[in-house]
Design a binder for this molecule. Structure first.
Ligand code: F0G
Length: 463
């Protein structure tokens, strides 16, 4: 057996592929693959504190990277093969104002700001890993379907390294301007499909297979290896203490799958004693995971999930012509490709799933912006979900909670400006049709004539 290989997630199947393989489907059952390591023949650290030595080596791009300074926990590539653009320089910020909003005690809520990545979202954590693997496999073109952030990330890695051509599939009119701007500016071949993300996802898999293009969607297990490091950085910022909860928005369910794998491995390696609990938050208009997990009782069941529940649910969506619809366009997904990996993560980490409305999301987003660094709508689902779980008493007021803020505030200015706008028409056009009725935390711009006295009066009144 190789030291590193790809292995089917279903324990009864046992299908494997070589580490360089780029098909990303189990050869036996067509299921999802993990990157698997024979840890006995590798050199995992004896304690998480060992990583602190890397802080003194920041002149080395591999140790500067917030992904690759943890390379011993994702040892699938030779260090010389690694492609990094300085991703993962993110911060875990204590957020007391937001803690008050969600009902946690001061000092208990932390926001993991993944918007600080080079392309402005958490995707760069995974993209550096997938890109490194693509280079190992000799790929010349890389493709993805995207709600905008994966495509922006891919476009940045292609333009920054000049090693591959980016081909991106997006649903027509489905991605926010900030993200579309990135894809275009970085020179990606941008294919707008008359359909939504779920359509684009299906097509990109067909095209990648036919044309031999390297696929960087999160069905690619190497992407998820990179995303594990978001959890290592949270532990690092908490001085290696495990929080009680990690809360994350759910779209294609790559993140929760990666986080689950990270914690399962850390427990197996004896580096932590227990995993945190995981909470995945869906938007109510794109809530397949919530429905299947919390309402239909679909479980990983030790590797034997009742897959028929999913097929029946999807047939129902088709029959009723249901399409995902939410202002949080990043998570406007009804057929999450990592569903089974996510179920495994929840089983091993005692997980829950909740859904929140677009109203909840935008209110939480405004609170995040007013109390910290700001995020895009999908990211605020984690905060809105935490608030819900506090109201239900599932999360206790004294629990330590880390919410992952997945994308930067400037990714979707349209939603933000509409929320804060005093113009009823703008509000209605962008948000009203989504069922958003109020902007409780709006910060309206003040209109004044171009007159010094009037300007001064306005400032005195409002500040
Ligand atoms: N938050 C943001 C900002 C995202 O862009 C995404 C996914 C998610 C959350 C959900 O993460 O898929 O791991 O559950 N965006 C993908 C994209 C689908 O194409 O950019 P997930």
């Amino acid at each position: 057996m190789d030291v590193v290989f790809q292995r089917c997630i279903h324990p009864d199947c046992g299908g494997t592929r070589a580490v360089e393989d780029t098909s990303f489907v189990c050869p036996r059952c067509g299921g999802l693959l993990d990157v698997a390591y024979d840890w006995d023949r590798l050199a995992p650290p004896k304690s998480l504190r060992a990583f602190e030595a890397r802080w003194a080596e920041r002149y080395d791009p591999l140790s500067f990277s917030g992904v690759w300074r943890f390379r011993d926990l994702l040892p699938f590539a030779d260090p010389e093969k690694v492609l990094t653009i300085g991703e993962g320089q993110t911060i875990l910020q204590r957020a007391d104002v937001v803690a008050g909003y969600v009902g946690l005690e001061p000092g208990k809520l932390f926001l993991q700001y993944e918007g600080m990545n080079p392309s402005g979202s958490f995707k760069d954590n995974g993209m550096t890993a997938a890109f490194t693997h693509a280079r190992m496999a000799g790929a010349r073109r890389a493709a993805c379907a995207s709600t905008g952030n994966t495509s922006a990330s891919l476009a940045v890695y292609c333009s920054a390294t000049g090693l591959m051509k980016a081909v991106i599939f997006i649903g027509s009119g489905k991605i926010s301007y900030g993200k579309l701007a990135q894809a275009l500016d970085h020179g990606a071949l941008t294919v707008q499909i008359a359909g939504d993300f779920d359509d684009a996802m299906l097509r990109v898999q067909q095209v990648a297979e036919k044309l031999g293009i390297y696929l960087v969607n999160s069905i690619n297990p190497f992407r998820l290896e990179g995303q594990k490091t978001i959890m290592y950085r949270i532990l690092e910022a908490l001085r290696w203490q495990v929080p009680d909860w990690v809360v994350v928005p759910g779209g294609n369910l790559g993140n929760v799958s990666a986080f689950g794998k990270a914690f399962i491995e850390l427990v197996e390696l004896g580096l932590i004693e227990r995993p945190p609990r995981l909470a995945v938050i869906n938007a109510a208009g794109a809530d397949t995971f919530y429905k299947l997990y919390e309402q239909n009782g679909l479980r990983w069941n030790g590797g034997r999930p009742e897959s028929e529940l999913r097929e029946t649910y999807y047939r129902g969506l088709d029959a009723d012509k249901v399409r995902a619809s939410t202002i949080a366009s990043a998570i406007e997904i009804n057929r999450p490709v990592n569903l089974f990996k996510a179920l495994r993560a929840l089983e091993r980490c005692g997980g829950v799933v909740r859904e929140v409305t677009d109203q909840d999301i935008l209110d939480a987003k405004a609170k995040v912006g007013a109390g910290g660094l700001g995020c895009e709508p999908a990211s605020a689902a984690s905060v809105a979900g935490t608030r819900r779980l506090r109201q239900e008493g599932v999360i206790a007021a004294g629990d330590i909670v880390a919410c992952v803020l997945t994308g930067h505030q400037l990714k979707d200015p349209t939603a933000t400006v509409a929320y804060h706008s005093a113009d009823q028409q703008t509000f209605e056009q962008v948000l009203g049709q989504r069922g958003v009725r109020r902007a409780t935390f709006a910060n309206r711009a003040v209109q004044v004539p171009n007159d010094l006295d009037a300007i001064i009066r306005a400032i005195e009144v409002y500040s």
